[in-house]
Design a binder for this molecule. Structure first.
Ligand code: GDP
Length: 197
């Protein structure tokens, strides 16, 4: 599948103000700097659809894009910013939780993980919460071009082992690089297959 058209629809901080939930929706989330904006731009063939931020924590809105008049791609604010004041962080986590739990047309949440780093507690806790809340999600391991293939394989294996401390089965995952385009076809085909089911 190729994305032909990606249209910005609306940004807001409230699930109630999101567009009508009459289309399949796929959202992207991850810690700041994980490569979320770059991935969204790669998937949609747009250089600046999502803003690639030098500064962590800039996007704090739920951003809806309509893809090929058919489904919504949602850019969610990142989580786990140590430097953001606690009150603000809590407000923003509440907004995310509300969106994730209430958005009935959310077919899959893509949780982005930087393939270079060991498993981080904030990601593991978040995915555990998704599992307990029965939210369908897939992991995307980003920035794979930054590793040699053997390193990537070792990191993925270590991540799986960490996941098995909590999970009986490794959740579905994909690997991407916004530099080389790796994973684009797989992610879009995955969305296409979920859309058709
Ligand atoms: P976000 O904060 O999660 O939206 O992350 P960005 O997309 O803004 O990326 C953060 C930084 O990582 C930027 O300097 C990007 O150029 C870089 N980056 C993102 N994805 C990749 C990738 O797949 N490969 C490489 N080499 N760099 C990447």
């Amino acid at each position: 599948m190729e994305i032909k058209e990606a249209q910005f629809v609306v940004s807001n901080t409230d699930v109630e103000k999101c567009p009508a939930g009459n289309r399949p929706e796929y959202a992207f989330i991850g810690r700041s700097n994980v490569g979320k904006s770059s991935l969204i731009n790669m998937l949609t063939n747009k250089k600046t659809l999502a803003k690639i931020s030098g500064k962590p924590g800039k996007t704090r809105l739920i951003n809806h894009f309509l893809i090929d008049q058919n489904w919504y791609l949602v850019d969610l604010p990142g989580y786990g910013y140590a430097q953001v004041p606690k009150a603000e962080r809590l407000k923003w986590e509440k907004m995310l939780r509300n969106y994730i739990l209430k958005r009935e047309n959310l077919y899959c949440l893509f949780v982005l993980i930087d393939s270079r780093h060991p498993a981080q507690k904030v990601d593991l806790d978040f995915m555990e919460w998704l599992g307990l809340s029965q939210i369908p999600f897939s992991i995307i391991f980003t920035k794979s071009d930054k590793l040699r293939p053997v390193e990537l394989e070792a990191n993925l294996k270590a991540y799986e082992e960490k996941m098995f401390e909590t999970w009986e089965v490794m959740p579905h995952y994909l690997v991407s690089s916004s530099e080389t385009g790796l994973g684009k076809e797989e992610i879009l085909s995955y969305i296409d297959s979920v859309n058709k089911n």
